[in-house]
Design a protein around this ligand. Structure first.
Ligand code: PLP
Length: 478
């Protein structure tokens, strides 16, 4: 695509260039076990039409665009119903899980500023397994993270949370479930601890909010959905993403609050400038209702029945994969998941070589590095598009285990060189291009055999990993 064309281009050539740009993207062809949440062609087509129909609705001002109010109210009430919310609970449509979480943290911080002015250094009790976006929220909002340890099933340890509770904790967090391991934290225990200390409790159901209620309704054997919603006393807010298992296009999530005062704590109003007085419910100002409109359309199209059926299908596929993994002495499931996403690793075999072998067979999986108690692993997210391929994936996984070599450490000198980059003072000249090239990354593409790169990143300190990914992404957009 040319940078800034001097003259108008034809519609056909513009659309062809867009199609061309997308040619190497992941698609919902059933081979991807990460990123994709897809309920099939019919749902996708409807979502596309609804998206286009709602594209020009501007949520900046729901009085100028009453449809923004109508759509958001409909989405909020559907989500409130799913989370079995009490009278008086309210919600806000957001652009994604990260935004929902950031607003939940902002609400907790600002609510504390009002109601607990003695708290000068707000803290958040956060299980080590909670999504990185809580760290982002903490970083942006000046809230300190107090890490809560997890047990050997990767669920938050209540004893540790209790031991670390102090009078300046403004928020306790639990996941339903955590992304990496797919397990639900002990929400009842965490919420009761929060209540006992008169503080707030957020349940991050970004990935589970549109699955767990339906899995509960489906009553399939092998799953007991733990309590996680507003029926749990002490839960004050819940985030749930419509653009994951709601099967809506990206740009749609929901933040629910047990009462209005909490919601007001994440609103932002400003009259101290020369333009119009603003009030924003979310971080964005002008915002399209396209994704929210599509989310609502998909919800109407599938209905409870559709979601229950999909939850069953995804759980059956998950069971197939869990059976295979648990039957193989070379593999280890990190934890029995509470829904259809989970993590497994090898017992000595080279995990990253295994991931490369799966890639070579046309599968997209998510190799994940070790951190704290969680070893390096392969993460799988099951959705309706890959569920019918679970058996084929399981067979390929078994084939990839044949003659799998033992894991090897990365070259020590490369790691030492990289660590010295991470500890270099800010502004010290780093030749990003050759650094990235030395890792085998060319033109933004990971090498087809990524094991050597993954071994280095897995062995690297978190600080080095962070530095390298920042350099890498900066390089991508140079
Ligand atoms: C549990 C959980 N919380 C939050 C998020 C962040 O969501 P998003 O990527 O939509 O910002 C994710 C994303 O995977 C998640 O799994």
């Amino acid at each position: 695509m040319s940078a800034f064309p001097a003259k108008s281009q034809s519609r056909a050539s513009i659309l062809a260039a867009l199609a061309d740009a997308r040619a190497s993207d992941l698609t919902a062809d059933g081979r991807a076990f990460a990123f994709i949440y897809d309920a099939g062609q019919e749902t996708r087509d409807l979502a596309r039409e609804a998206y286009a129909a709602c594209m020009s609705i501007n949520g900046l001002d729901p009085t100028a665009y009453p449809s923004a109010r109508t759509l958001e109210r409909a989405l909020v009430s559907a989500c409130l119903e799913l989370m079995r919310s009490p009278e008086g609970a309210v919600g806000t449509a957001t652009a994604g899980g990260t935004e929902s979480v950031m607003l939940a943290v902002k609400a907790a911080r600002d609510h504390a500023r009002k109601t607990r002015p003695e708290v000068t250094r707000p803290k958040m009790l956060l299980p080590i397994t909670a999504h990185a976006c809580f760290h982002k929220a903490a970083h942006y909002l000046g809230v300190e993270v107090i890490t809560v340890e997890v047990d050997d099933t990767f669920r938050a340890k209540l004893g540790d949370a209790r031991a670390k509770m102090t009078s300046d904790v403004i928020l306790v967090v639990g996941s339903a479930p955590s992304y990496a391991h797919g397990v639900v934290d002990p929400i009842e225990g965490l919420a009761s601890l929060a209540k006992e200390h008169a503080t707030l409790m957020h349940v991050d159901a970004c990935v589970g909010g549109l699955v767990l209620p339906f899995l509960r309704d489906a009553q399939v054997s092998g799953v007991t959905v733990p309590a996680f919603d507003f029926t749990v006393d002490g839960v004050t807010s819940i985030s749930m993403d419509l653009h994951k298992y709601g099967f809506a296009p990206k740009g749609s999530s929901m933040l629910l609050m047990r009462d209005r005062a909490l919601r007001e704590a994440h609103y932002f109003a400003c009259a101290t400038w020369t333009g119009y007085t603003i009030v924003n419910s979310t971080t964005l100002g002008s915002k399209s209702l396209a994704a929210a409109g599509a989310a609502l359309a998909v919800m109407q199209h599938l209905g409870r029945e559709g979601y229950v059926q999909l939850a069953k299908t995804m759980w059956e596929a998950t069971s197939t994969l869990l059976r295979t993994i648990e039957s193989r002495p070379e593999l280890r499931l990190l934890a029995r998941p509470d829904m259809n996403l989970f993590a497994f690793t090898t017992r000595g075999g080279d995990l990253f070589e295994l991931a490369d072998r799966l890639t070579a067979r046309g599968w997209h999986v998510q190799p994940t590095y070790g951190f704290g108690p969680s070893p390096a692993h392969v993460h799988l997210t099951i959705d309706p598009s890959n569920a019918p391929h679970a058996q084929a994936f399981a067979s390929d996984l078994e084939a990839c285990l044949v003659d799998l070599p033992e894991g090897v450490a990365p070259p020590a000198e490369v790691l030492a060189m990289l660590e010295s980059v991470a500890s270099a003072p800010a502004g010290a000249g780093v030749d990003v291009g050759s650094l990235i090239a030395s890792l085998g990354i060319v033109d933004g593409q990971l090498p087809s055999r990524s094991a050597p790169l993954h071994r280095i990143l897995d062995a690297a300190s978190p600080a080095l990993r962070e530095k390298l990914v920042v350099l890498f992404v900066g390089g991508l957009f140079a």
